[in-house]
Design a binder for this molecule. Structure first.
Ligand SMILES: Cc1cc2nc3c(=O)[nH]c(=O)nc-3n(C[C@H](O)[C@H](O)[C@H](O)COP(=O)(O)OP(=O)(O)OC[C@H]3O[C@@H](n4cnc5c(N)ncnc54)[C@H](O)[C@@H]3O)c2cc1C
Length: 420
């Protein structure tokens, strides 16, 4: 069944941030687009639930103010990023907490810590490197590269390992050392941040800025060809080009031959406290490998819109399957130095295939053009981040425009709001 109502220049499969961003770039150049999404809402992995006045991210992404793509994506002009306190707070295996990555080398030295000064100097050097230079370095696993750099164990195991694990969602640091260097460079150049109102705000802004009717939810795509997209229950959609913007596994299901990567597994737990918890908005990393917590924060101190007045929302990330709630509660009591007996566990979100793994050798610019009329984007074509998903979308849209004979506009940037 093919009707004119079911036709667009480009049909995009998947309304995660990459599909929505690709739609934005194409529509900005006068191309007609339909986005088909199997779920009831757009957003994909960037989902947020509401519960009793709390805003609970399903996956708790950490963004960075140094991400360049949000500012280059039409529709995100109203995005406000809520920043964490500078650097990170690290809870060491010895039970002591120290802030890392927040000071200039001179200030760190003045504070009397040689380790901190060395770390700040190393981060400052990375921040100053052009991306191409880091991408030309020899490539191995992040762990192999870190251990070969002669860092003192306090810096290596006490700061860099938990920091990189958090940035890469990879506790074993099997990720490419080039990707790891870029992640550290981004950390050193910007501030960790979350979208105000929850992760879902970002795709919601993208979807709201598209012409009405562009995104069709509850439509599962069954097969994709260059000029025809068939769905399970909503007929066929004719098009001049199709863009696959699903996650990696779904993309390989629709386009056999696409590589299915390994994935990292993540669990996010949300606790509500009965009274507001004093906290400065730091991201607290747990550097003690005996415990399952990777990092935790009082999310409502970073973004006050996420909890009702007088209460706090504590968001905790575990790299792996859900641990027993009692284990997490007892570790959080130690990390926050407070009793967690009255804390209420609001949600446990487990995502077995959270992000594609990026082992070496890793190509961060995987092709997005399969053939003229068929394209693929998403975090598995770039880095496994929101930045990577958005960047792959811009690359895929540019490839479509080129094949249509439409000039590809130079990337323009709008300012983004960052609120402390
Ligand atoms: C637990 C977790 C933690 C993360 N942490 C971070 C972080 O700290 N920093 C960071 O930058 N990023 C992080 N990410 C990664 C980030 O969320 C993703 O890179 C990004 O959201 C991917 O967007 P996407 O559009 O490529 O894919 P998705 O969001 O997966 O969107 C794909 C869409 O396609 C739809 N779809 C699939 N199959 C079909 C079909 N047959 N028909 C129609 N629709 C279909 C899906 O329903 C989905 O909506 C994290 C992700 C997870 C899960």
């Amino acid at each position: 069944m093919l009707s004119s109502a079911h036709h667009a220049d480009v049909v995009i499969v998947g309304a995660g941030v990459s599909g929505l961003a690709a739609a934005q770039h194409l529509i900005a150049q006068g191309v007609t687009v339909t986005v088909l999404e199997s779920a009831d809402d757009p957003g994909g992995r960037m989902a947020t639930e509401s519960a009793d006045g709390f805003r609970l991210d399903r996956v708790g992404q950490l963004l960075n103010t140094s991400y360049t793509e949000p500012a280059r994506t039409p529709g995100l002009e109203a995005l406000t990023l809520r920043t964490f306190a500078p650097g990170v707070l690290v809870h060491g295996a010895d039970g002591r907490q120290q802030r890392a990555g927040a000071l200039t080398p001179a200030r760190a030295l003045a504070s009397g810590s040689l380790d901190q000064a060395r770390l700040s100097a190393a981060l400052a050097r990375l921040a100053a490197q052009p991306e191409e230079r880091l991408l030309a370095r020899p490539e191995r696993t992040a762990l192999a590269a870190l251990t070969s750099r002669g860092l003192p164990p306090r810096t290596l195991n006490g700061v860099l390992r938990p920091l990189l694990a958090a940035l890469l969602r990879d506790p074993d640091l099997t990720t490419s050392s080039r990707v790891a260097d870029l992640a550290l460079r981004g950390f050193a150049r910007g501030r960790l941040a979350v979208p105000e109102g929850g992760a879902a705000t970002l795709p919601a802004l993208l979807a709201a800025a598209l012409p009405p009717g562009t995104v069709r939810t509850g439509v599962r795509v069954r097969s994709v060809a260059t000029n025809l997209v068939t769905t399970e229950q909503h007929g066929d959609f004719g098009c001049r080009s199709a863009v696959l913007a699903t996650g990696a596994r779904a993309a390989a299901g629709l386009l056999p031959g696409l590589r299915v990567p390994d994935f990292h597994e993540v669990t996010v737990l949300h606790h509500a406290t009965p009274a507001a918890l004093p906290w400065d908005g730091s991201l607290l990393l747990d550097a003690d490998p005996k415990w399952p917590v990777a990092h935790t924060t009082v999310m409502s101190a970073v973004d006050p819109t996420r909890a009702p007045a007088g209460r706090s929302l504590v968001t905790t990330t575990v790299h792996g399957p859900p641990p027993p709630p009692r284990t997490v509660a007892s570790r959080l009591a130690r990390l926050y130095e407070t009793s967690t007996r009255d804390w209420e566990l609001l949600a446990v979100h487990h995502t077995p295939e959270a992000v594609p793994a990026m082992p070496p050798p890793y190509d961060m610019r995987r092709p997005v053009r399969v053939l003229a009329g068929l394209y693929v984007c998403g975090d598995h074509r770039d880095s496994n981040t929101v930045q990577g998903a958005l960047h792959s979308a811009r690359r895929a849209a540019a490839a479509v425009l080129r094949d249509f004979g439409i000039p590809v506009p130079a990337a323009t940037e709008h300012p983004l709001r960052a609120a402390a």
